[in-house]
Write a protein that binds this ligand. Structure first.
Ligand code: CTP
Ligand code: MG
Length: 368
Protein backbone atom coordinates (compact mmCIF):
# COMPACT_ATOMS: atom_id res chain seq x y z
CA UNK A 1 0.00 0.00 0.00
CA UNK A 2 1.22 3.51 -0.77
CA UNK A 3 2.57 5.17 2.35
CA UNK A 4 2.01 8.94 2.15
CA UNK A 5 5.13 11.13 2.07
CA UNK A 6 4.74 14.33 4.10
CA UNK A 7 7.45 16.93 3.59
CA UNK A 8 8.37 19.36 6.35
CA UNK A 9 10.04 22.52 5.07
CA UNK A 10 11.93 24.24 7.86
CA UNK A 11 11.86 28.02 7.83
CA UNK A 12 11.70 28.75 11.53
CA UNK A 13 15.28 29.99 11.92
CA UNK A 14 16.44 33.59 12.15
CA UNK A 15 19.78 33.19 10.36
CA UNK A 16 22.11 34.49 13.08
CA UNK A 17 25.27 33.45 11.22
CA UNK A 18 24.02 35.10 8.06
CA UNK A 19 23.51 38.29 10.04
CA UNK A 20 20.81 40.09 8.06
CA UNK A 21 17.64 41.50 9.55
CA UNK A 22 15.65 39.41 7.07
CA UNK A 23 15.96 35.68 7.84
CA UNK A 24 18.10 34.16 5.06
CA UNK A 25 15.32 31.94 3.66
CA UNK A 26 13.40 35.07 2.68
CA UNK A 27 16.32 36.75 0.89
CA UNK A 28 15.94 37.25 -2.87
CA UNK A 29 17.53 34.75 -5.23
CA UNK A 30 16.90 34.73 -8.97
CA UNK A 31 13.71 36.79 -8.82
CA UNK A 32 12.21 34.68 -6.00
CA UNK A 33 13.00 34.06 -2.35
CA UNK A 34 15.46 31.34 -1.29
CA UNK A 35 12.60 29.35 0.29
CA UNK A 36 10.63 29.45 -3.00
CA UNK A 37 13.32 27.36 -4.69
CA UNK A 38 13.23 24.74 -1.93
CA UNK A 39 9.44 24.65 -1.90
CA UNK A 40 9.32 24.37 -5.66
CA UNK A 41 11.62 21.32 -5.59
CA UNK A 42 9.40 19.56 -3.04
CA UNK A 43 6.18 20.52 -4.77
CA UNK A 44 7.43 19.34 -8.15
CA UNK A 45 8.00 15.79 -6.95
CA UNK A 46 4.88 13.68 -7.54
CA UNK A 47 5.85 11.28 -4.77
CA UNK A 48 5.41 13.97 -2.11
CA UNK A 49 1.79 14.15 -0.97
CA UNK A 50 1.84 17.22 1.28
CA UNK A 51 4.20 20.00 2.36
CA UNK A 52 4.05 21.54 5.85
CA UNK A 53 5.98 24.77 6.32
CA UNK A 54 7.50 25.68 9.67
CA UNK A 55 7.84 29.41 10.29
CA UNK A 56 9.05 31.41 13.28
CA UNK A 57 6.63 33.02 15.70
CA UNK A 58 5.60 36.44 14.42
CA UNK A 59 6.60 35.82 10.79
CA UNK A 60 4.03 36.48 8.11
CA UNK A 61 2.79 33.33 6.40
CA UNK A 62 4.40 33.27 2.95
CA UNK A 63 2.08 30.70 1.37
CA UNK A 64 -1.44 30.87 2.80
CA UNK A 65 -2.58 27.71 0.96
CA UNK A 66 -0.01 25.45 2.70
CA UNK A 67 -0.32 24.09 6.21
CA UNK A 68 1.84 26.15 8.57
CA UNK A 69 3.28 25.33 11.95
CA UNK A 70 5.03 27.71 14.34
CA UNK A 71 8.59 26.58 15.02
CA UNK A 72 10.51 26.45 18.27
CA UNK A 73 13.75 27.91 19.60
CA UNK A 74 15.87 25.20 17.98
CA UNK A 75 15.67 23.33 14.69
CA UNK A 76 14.87 20.20 16.65
CA UNK A 77 11.90 21.89 18.36
CA UNK A 78 10.69 23.17 15.00
CA UNK A 79 10.68 19.64 13.58
CA UNK A 80 8.94 18.35 16.69
CA UNK A 81 6.16 20.94 16.36
CA UNK A 82 5.62 19.95 12.73
CA UNK A 83 5.45 16.25 13.66
CA UNK A 84 2.67 17.06 16.14
CA UNK A 85 0.67 18.58 13.28
CA UNK A 86 0.67 15.30 11.32
CA UNK A 87 -2.51 13.43 12.15
CA UNK A 88 -1.86 10.40 9.94
CA UNK A 89 -0.94 7.22 11.82
CA UNK A 90 1.40 5.88 9.18
CA UNK A 91 3.46 8.11 6.92
CA UNK A 92 6.96 8.86 5.73
CA UNK A 93 8.33 12.23 6.80
CA UNK A 94 10.79 14.06 4.61
CA UNK A 95 12.54 17.01 6.25
CA UNK A 96 14.27 19.76 4.29
CA UNK A 97 15.99 23.05 5.17
CA UNK A 98 14.48 26.03 3.36
CA UNK A 99 18.01 27.47 3.26
CA UNK A 100 18.98 24.85 0.61
CA UNK A 101 17.61 26.24 -2.65
CA UNK A 102 19.34 23.82 -5.04
CA UNK A 103 17.64 20.50 -4.39
CA UNK A 104 17.51 18.56 -7.64
CA UNK A 105 14.88 15.95 -8.44
CA UNK A 106 17.41 13.13 -8.98
CA UNK A 107 18.70 13.55 -5.40
CA UNK A 108 15.16 13.64 -4.07
CA UNK A 109 14.24 10.50 -6.00
CA UNK A 110 17.36 8.65 -4.82
CA UNK A 111 16.45 9.47 -1.24
CA UNK A 112 12.82 8.37 -1.51
CA UNK A 113 13.88 5.16 -3.31
CA UNK A 114 16.37 4.33 -0.55
CA UNK A 115 13.75 4.89 2.13
CA UNK A 116 11.22 2.58 0.47
CA UNK A 117 8.75 3.20 3.28
CA UNK A 118 10.95 2.16 6.18
CA UNK A 119 14.68 2.96 6.30
CA UNK A 120 15.86 6.28 7.67
CA UNK A 121 17.89 7.94 4.94
CA UNK A 122 19.78 11.17 4.40
CA UNK A 123 21.64 12.80 1.56
CA UNK A 124 25.34 13.35 2.17
CA UNK A 125 28.49 14.12 0.23
CA UNK A 126 32.06 13.05 1.00
CA UNK A 127 34.41 15.51 2.68
CA UNK A 128 37.09 16.39 0.12
CA UNK A 129 39.13 19.00 2.00
CA UNK A 130 41.81 18.11 4.50
CA UNK A 131 40.44 18.45 8.01
CA UNK A 132 42.66 19.72 10.81
CA UNK A 133 42.28 20.98 14.35
CA UNK A 134 43.92 24.29 15.15
CA UNK A 135 46.40 22.38 17.32
CA UNK A 136 47.78 20.80 14.13
CA UNK A 137 46.16 17.39 14.43
CA UNK A 138 44.81 16.18 11.08
CA UNK A 139 41.53 14.26 11.12
CA UNK A 140 41.39 11.36 8.60
CA UNK A 141 38.63 12.29 6.23
CA UNK A 142 38.13 8.87 4.61
CA UNK A 143 34.85 8.07 6.31
CA UNK A 144 33.65 11.61 6.83
CA UNK A 145 30.60 13.04 5.10
CA UNK A 146 28.88 16.40 4.93
CA UNK A 147 25.31 15.69 6.00
CA UNK A 148 22.65 17.37 3.89
CA UNK A 149 18.88 17.51 3.80
CA UNK A 150 16.39 16.27 2.81
CA UNK A 151 16.31 13.35 5.21
CA UNK A 152 13.47 10.85 5.31
CA UNK A 153 12.04 8.74 8.13
CA UNK A 154 9.19 6.60 9.18
CA UNK A 155 6.85 8.95 11.08
CA UNK A 156 6.34 6.69 14.07
CA UNK A 157 10.06 5.99 14.61
CA UNK A 158 11.04 9.65 14.21
CA UNK A 159 8.39 10.75 16.72
CA UNK A 160 9.69 8.18 19.20
CA UNK A 161 13.26 9.40 18.69
CA UNK A 162 12.17 13.00 19.34
CA UNK A 163 10.38 11.96 22.51
CA UNK A 164 13.18 9.85 23.99
CA UNK A 165 16.54 11.31 22.94
CA UNK A 166 17.77 14.13 25.18
CA UNK A 167 21.08 14.93 23.47
CA UNK A 168 21.55 18.17 21.63
CA UNK A 169 21.59 17.50 17.86
CA UNK A 170 21.42 19.64 14.72
CA UNK A 171 19.69 17.16 12.41
CA UNK A 172 17.16 14.35 12.61
CA UNK A 173 19.49 11.62 11.34
CA UNK A 174 21.62 12.25 14.46
CA UNK A 175 18.51 11.74 16.59
CA UNK A 176 17.89 8.41 14.88
CA UNK A 177 21.46 7.26 15.57
CA UNK A 178 21.08 8.27 19.22
CA UNK A 179 17.82 6.32 19.26
CA UNK A 180 19.70 3.21 18.08
CA UNK A 181 18.47 3.23 14.46
CA UNK A 182 20.56 2.92 11.33
CA UNK A 183 20.55 5.67 8.74
CA UNK A 184 21.30 5.05 5.08
CA UNK A 185 23.47 7.75 3.58
CA UNK A 186 22.68 8.42 -0.05
CA UNK A 187 24.83 10.32 -2.53
CA UNK A 188 23.80 13.99 -2.34
CA UNK A 189 24.86 16.84 -4.56
CA UNK A 190 27.45 19.50 -3.81
CA UNK A 191 25.10 22.13 -5.24
CA UNK A 192 22.55 21.31 -2.54
CA UNK A 193 24.59 23.31 -0.01
CA UNK A 194 23.01 25.20 2.87
CA UNK A 195 23.15 28.97 2.79
CA UNK A 196 24.61 29.81 6.17
CA UNK A 197 26.88 32.80 5.61
CA UNK A 198 27.02 35.82 3.34
CA UNK A 199 29.58 34.11 1.10
CA UNK A 200 27.25 31.10 0.65
CA UNK A 201 24.60 33.57 -0.49
CA UNK A 202 27.00 35.08 -3.04
CA UNK A 203 27.80 31.62 -4.34
CA UNK A 204 24.07 30.90 -4.71
CA UNK A 205 23.64 34.12 -6.67
CA UNK A 206 26.48 33.10 -8.97
CA UNK A 207 24.91 29.69 -9.59
CA UNK A 208 21.54 31.26 -10.40
CA UNK A 209 23.22 33.79 -12.67
CA UNK A 210 22.20 37.38 -13.19
CA UNK A 211 18.63 38.30 -14.02
CA UNK A 212 19.23 40.77 -16.86
CA UNK A 213 16.37 42.91 -18.12
CA UNK A 214 16.43 45.32 -21.05
CA UNK A 215 13.92 48.15 -21.45
CA UNK A 216 13.37 50.54 -24.32
CA UNK A 217 12.05 54.07 -24.41
CA UNK A 218 10.97 56.47 -27.15
CA UNK A 219 10.06 60.16 -27.04
CA UNK A 220 9.36 63.09 -29.36
CA UNK A 221 9.25 66.83 -28.74
CA UNK A 222 8.16 69.47 -31.25
CA UNK A 223 10.45 72.27 -32.29
CA UNK A 224 9.83 75.73 -30.85
CA UNK A 225 11.38 78.39 -33.12
CA UNK A 226 10.94 81.10 -30.49
CA UNK A 227 13.54 79.52 -28.23
CA UNK A 228 17.28 80.14 -28.59
CA UNK A 229 18.56 77.18 -26.59
CA UNK A 230 17.92 73.44 -26.41
CA UNK A 231 18.38 70.83 -23.66
CA UNK A 232 19.49 67.38 -24.78
CA UNK A 233 20.86 64.54 -22.64
CA UNK A 234 21.24 66.79 -19.63
CA UNK A 235 23.11 69.70 -21.21
CA UNK A 236 21.72 73.02 -22.44
CA UNK A 237 23.35 74.89 -25.32
CA UNK A 238 22.57 77.83 -27.61
CA UNK A 239 20.67 76.92 -30.74
CA UNK A 240 18.45 78.69 -33.26
CA UNK A 241 15.44 76.69 -31.99
CA UNK A 242 14.34 74.88 -28.85
CA UNK A 243 11.83 72.18 -28.02
CA UNK A 244 8.33 72.53 -26.63
CA UNK A 245 7.35 70.61 -23.56
CA UNK A 246 5.91 70.85 -20.12
CA UNK A 247 9.28 70.19 -18.51
CA UNK A 248 12.65 71.18 -19.98
CA UNK A 249 11.70 68.94 -22.98
CA UNK A 250 14.92 66.90 -22.78
CA UNK A 251 13.84 64.25 -25.26
CA UNK A 252 17.01 62.16 -24.70
CA UNK A 253 16.56 61.93 -20.93
CA UNK A 254 12.86 61.18 -21.33
CA UNK A 255 13.52 58.23 -23.64
CA UNK A 256 16.20 56.96 -21.26
CA UNK A 257 13.96 57.37 -18.21
CA UNK A 258 11.22 55.34 -19.91
CA UNK A 259 13.75 52.67 -20.90
CA UNK A 260 14.71 52.23 -17.23
CA UNK A 261 11.08 52.10 -16.10
CA UNK A 262 10.52 49.61 -18.92
CA UNK A 263 13.30 47.32 -17.72
CA UNK A 264 11.65 47.29 -14.28
CA UNK A 265 8.07 46.94 -15.50
CA UNK A 266 7.41 50.17 -13.58
CA UNK A 267 5.16 52.14 -15.90
CA UNK A 268 6.31 55.25 -17.74
CA UNK A 269 7.38 58.81 -17.15
CA UNK A 270 3.85 60.18 -17.68
CA UNK A 271 2.54 57.98 -14.90
CA UNK A 272 5.18 59.06 -12.40
CA UNK A 273 5.30 62.73 -13.47
CA UNK A 274 1.95 63.67 -15.09
CA UNK A 275 2.22 66.66 -17.49
CA UNK A 276 -1.04 67.89 -15.98
CA UNK A 277 0.78 68.46 -12.68
CA UNK A 278 2.03 72.06 -12.49
CA UNK A 279 4.96 71.13 -10.23
CA UNK A 280 6.75 69.59 -13.25
CA UNK A 281 6.43 72.80 -15.33
CA UNK A 282 9.90 73.60 -16.73
CA UNK A 283 11.31 70.84 -14.48
CA UNK A 284 14.86 69.61 -14.92
CA UNK A 285 14.39 66.12 -16.45
CA UNK A 286 17.40 64.87 -14.47
CA UNK A 287 15.03 64.34 -11.54
CA UNK A 288 12.84 62.01 -13.63
CA UNK A 289 15.90 59.99 -14.54
CA UNK A 290 17.04 59.85 -10.91
CA UNK A 291 13.60 58.61 -9.88
CA UNK A 292 13.70 55.82 -12.47
CA UNK A 293 17.13 54.71 -11.20
CA UNK A 294 15.91 54.78 -7.60
CA UNK A 295 12.90 52.68 -8.63
CA UNK A 296 15.25 50.11 -10.16
CA UNK A 297 17.45 50.12 -7.05
CA UNK A 298 14.49 49.66 -4.73
CA UNK A 299 13.50 46.59 -6.74
CA UNK A 300 16.99 45.18 -6.27
CA UNK A 301 18.17 46.19 -9.78
CA UNK A 302 21.35 47.94 -10.86
CA UNK A 303 21.62 49.93 -14.07
CA UNK A 304 24.40 48.39 -16.11
CA UNK A 305 24.36 50.01 -19.54
CA UNK A 306 22.42 52.58 -21.55
CA UNK A 307 22.25 53.42 -25.23
CA UNK A 308 20.57 56.53 -26.62
CA UNK A 309 19.94 57.56 -30.23
CA UNK A 310 18.82 61.13 -31.01
CA UNK A 311 17.05 61.54 -34.35
CA UNK A 312 17.19 64.99 -35.92
CA UNK A 313 18.59 66.92 -38.91
CA UNK A 314 19.82 69.74 -36.63
CA UNK A 315 21.48 70.77 -34.43
CA UNK A 316 24.77 68.98 -35.18
CA UNK A 317 25.35 66.95 -32.05
CA UNK A 318 28.89 65.65 -32.51
CA UNK A 319 30.47 68.70 -30.83
CA UNK A 320 28.31 68.06 -27.75
CA UNK A 321 28.83 64.30 -27.40
CA UNK A 322 31.60 64.53 -24.79
CA UNK A 323 29.70 66.97 -22.58
CA UNK A 324 26.51 64.91 -22.88
CA UNK A 325 28.29 61.68 -21.99
CA UNK A 326 30.01 63.28 -19.01
CA UNK A 327 26.69 64.64 -17.76
CA UNK A 328 24.94 61.30 -18.30
CA UNK A 329 27.76 59.48 -16.49
CA UNK A 330 27.33 61.85 -13.56
CA UNK A 331 23.54 61.44 -13.50
CA UNK A 332 23.36 57.69 -13.81
CA UNK A 333 26.60 56.91 -11.94
CA UNK A 334 28.04 54.72 -14.69
CA UNK A 335 31.40 54.85 -16.41
CA UNK A 336 31.25 56.51 -19.86
CA UNK A 337 32.25 53.16 -21.37
CA UNK A 338 28.76 51.92 -20.41
CA UNK A 339 27.00 54.79 -22.14
CA UNK A 340 26.12 54.63 -25.81
CA UNK A 341 25.21 57.95 -27.41
CA UNK A 342 24.51 58.39 -31.12
CA UNK A 343 22.65 60.68 -33.43
CA UNK A 344 21.20 60.09 -36.85
CA UNK A 345 19.29 62.11 -39.40
CA UNK A 346 16.28 60.61 -41.11
CA UNK A 347 17.33 61.64 -44.61
CA UNK A 348 14.92 64.59 -44.53
CA UNK A 349 12.00 62.18 -44.35
CA UNK A 350 9.13 62.38 -41.90
CA UNK A 351 8.60 64.93 -39.12
CA UNK A 352 12.21 64.74 -37.94
CA UNK A 353 13.41 65.11 -41.54
CA UNK A 354 11.23 68.19 -42.05
CA UNK A 355 12.58 69.70 -38.85
CA UNK A 356 9.28 69.65 -37.00
CA UNK A 357 10.55 67.78 -33.99
CA UNK A 358 13.36 65.74 -32.43
CA UNK A 359 12.90 62.08 -31.54
CA UNK A 360 14.97 59.91 -29.22
CA UNK A 361 15.09 56.24 -28.50
CA UNK A 362 16.96 54.49 -25.71
CA UNK A 363 17.64 51.10 -24.23
CA UNK A 364 18.61 50.45 -20.61
CA UNK A 365 20.01 47.23 -19.16
CA UNK A 366 19.22 46.55 -15.52
CA UNK A 367 20.79 43.62 -13.66
CA UNK A 368 18.80 42.11 -10.80
N1 CTP B 1 15.30 26.26 11.55
C1 CTP B 1 14.01 26.18 12.06
N2 CTP B 1 13.78 26.51 13.37
C2 CTP B 1 14.79 26.90 14.17
C3 CTP B 1 16.10 26.97 13.66
C4 CTP B 1 16.34 26.62 12.35
O1 CTP B 1 13.09 25.83 11.34
N3 CTP B 1 14.52 27.22 15.43
C5 CTP B 1 15.53 25.97 10.13
C6 CTP B 1 16.15 27.15 9.39
O2 CTP B 1 15.14 28.07 8.96
C7 CTP B 1 16.90 26.50 8.25
C8 CTP B 1 17.22 25.11 8.79
O3 CTP B 1 16.46 24.94 9.98
O4 CTP B 1 16.15 26.39 7.08
C9 CTP B 1 18.70 24.92 9.01
O5 CTP B 1 19.11 25.70 10.09
P1 CTP B 1 20.25 26.83 10.07
O6 CTP B 1 21.02 26.78 8.81
O7 CTP B 1 20.99 26.73 11.36
O8 CTP B 1 19.37 28.18 10.02
P2 CTP B 1 19.23 29.29 11.13
O9 CTP B 1 19.03 28.67 12.46
O10 CTP B 1 18.19 30.23 10.64
O11 CTP B 1 20.66 30.00 11.05
P3 CTP B 1 21.67 30.31 12.27
O12 CTP B 1 21.96 28.98 12.94
O13 CTP B 1 22.85 30.93 11.64
O14 CTP B 1 20.93 31.24 13.20
MG1 MG C 1 20.59 27.37 13.32
Amino acid sequence: MHKPVIAILLAGGTGQRFGHETPKQYMPLGGKMIIDHALNALQSNPRIDEVIIVIAQGQTIPYPHFKHVIGGKTRRESVYNALQAITLKDASVLIHDSARPFLYQDSLDRLIDAHAGQHAASLSIPVVDTLRHHNGETVPRDNLQHIQTPQIFDLHTLKKAHETVTENVTDDAALMHAHGCDVLYIQGDQRNFKITTESDYRMAQQIIGADIRVGNGYDVHAIDTHKSYVTLCGITFDNNFGLTGHSDADVGLHALTDAIYGACGAGDIGRHFPPSDMQWKDADSAQFLTHAIQTANQMGGRLNHVDITLICEAPKLKPHYDAMKQRLAQLIQLDVSRIGLKATTSEQLGFTGRGEGIAAQATATVVF
